[in-house]
Design a protein around this ligand. Structure first.
Ligand SMILES: NC(=O)c1ccc[n+]([C@@H]2O[C@H](COP(=O)([O-])OP(=O)(O)OC[C@H]3O[C@@H](n4cnc5c(N)ncnc54)[C@H](O)[C@@H]3O)[C@@H](O)[C@H]2O)c1
Length: 341
């Protein structure tokens, strides 16, 4: 099978490529990525010489580039996105452009390439469901929960999500959508909370905690997520949505304390900062459908071990995160959109 993966130079994509090359000896994988600030080919140096892997620098919004790369593909896994909520609050334009319009351009290109009956995976997010309250912790998102996104990021992902669903209903396209919770693990751009906090502490800086710190997220190890996406690719039913979660709900304050503890610091290193605008209170995933239908459940997300291993990865890989946060994204954004991110 020849898989075209979009966004493979990012955090989840680069981990997905390694999983496929390791566990599916008969697969070839082409990574189509435009290399924004968060796309980094250094994430892939250990496999770049594998003859089953190839990289194409290209944009999901560019029909011509897509026509070339999709010509002999058997499946598409669409992960490319602008992925950081805070940036979407500063400037939502690139989010709508890549996450919504880019998904439409890619779906049309896949149909032109004869992909209507071949699998297309859309990697969506639990954020399309909006926010749960802290009142009743029994309530979780199921695949039937109405979509009610609250940030420009999640709204732009919802746009892509709805288009994928529309292409199933309109054209009978062989699409499957996955909606996962917050990922953690190696190679995550250090603007996201876990690498941000670890790298701040390594630099002797405090960790900025939004609001009262009570917002809850379900933490999913990136390896678990990638295995679930592979299960959806190989065994999912066309037109279906599968929630993916880590059974691992934590408040941001719990997460912060856990990281501080692992790094030998106390509460004095917390700096409470003004809450994110429109900050979703709680995400919680009911992942029983993917377990019963595809036989997937998380096996690597459990804390404290998985968190400890992740924190250690950033501690051991200072060179990596110093290089990726060196500021290249500013020039990319200025070049693309004429504004600062
Ligand atoms: N990280 C999470 O916790 C999480 C949770 C739920 C869903 N997701 C989804 O998973 C996917 C991957 O997330 P991530 O955390 O790896 O993001 P990331 O920001 O680390 O990587 C995104 C990748 O997409 C590429 N890209 C961006 N715009 C592109 C374009 N126009 N054309 C081609 N490539 C482009 C970037 O260069 C980068 O390599 C996204 O679709 C995101 O919405 C992520």
């Amino acid at each position: 099978m020849h898989i075209v993966l979009t966004g493979g130079a990012g955090f989840i994509g680069s981990n997905f490529i390694k999983l496929v090359l390791r566990d599916r000896p008969d697969c070839r994988i082409t990574n189509l990525d435009v290399l924004t600030y968060s796309g980094n080919l250094e994430n892939l140096t250990d496999i770049e010489n594998d003859e089953r892997y190839s990289f194409v620098k290209g944009d999901v919004r560019d029909p011509e580039a897509l026509d070339k790369v999709l010509a002999d593909a058997d499946a598409v896994v669409h992960m490319a996105a602008e992925s950081h909520v805070d940036r979407s609050i500063m400037d939502s334009g690139p989010f709508v452009d890549t996450n919504t319009r880019g998904t439409q351009v890619l779906l049309d290109a896949w149909r032109r390439a004869g992909g209507n009956d071949k699998r297309f995976i859309y990697v969506s997010t639990d954020e399309v469901y909006g926010s749960l309250s802290l009142e009743n912790l029994e309530i979780k998102f199921t695949e039937k929960t109405p979509l009610d996104p609250s940030s420009p990021y999640s709204a732009s992902k919802t746009g892509g999500d709805l288009l994928v669903s529309a292409y199933f209903h309109t054209f009978g396209m062989n699409v499957v959508t996955t909606r996962c919770s917050n990922n953690f693990g190696p190679y995550q751009f250090p603007e996201k909370v876990i690498p941000l906090f670890v790298t701040n502490l390594m630099d002797g800086k405090k960790v900025p905690l939004y609001g009262d710190g009570k917002n809850v997220r379900d933490w999913l190890h990136v390896d678990d997520h990638c295995e679930a996406v592979l299960a959806a690719l190989e065994k999912g039913t066309a037109g279906q949505v599968y929630n993916i979660g880590g059974n691992n709900e934590r408040s941001n304050l719990e997460l912060t304390h856990a990281i501080l503890g692992l790094m030998g610091h106390g509460d004095e290193m917390i700096e409470y900062v003004e809450d994110r605008l429109g900050h979703d209170r709680r995400y919680a995933i009911d992942a029983s459908k993917i377990k019963s239908e595809l036989g997937w459940e998380p096996s690597r997300s459990a804390w404290p071990e998985a968190l400890e291993e992740t924190v250690k990865w950033y501690v051991d890989n200072r060179q990596w995160w110093e290089r990726v946060r060196s500021g290249a994204y500013q020039s990319y954004y200025e070049q693309q959109y004429g504004s600062k991110a």
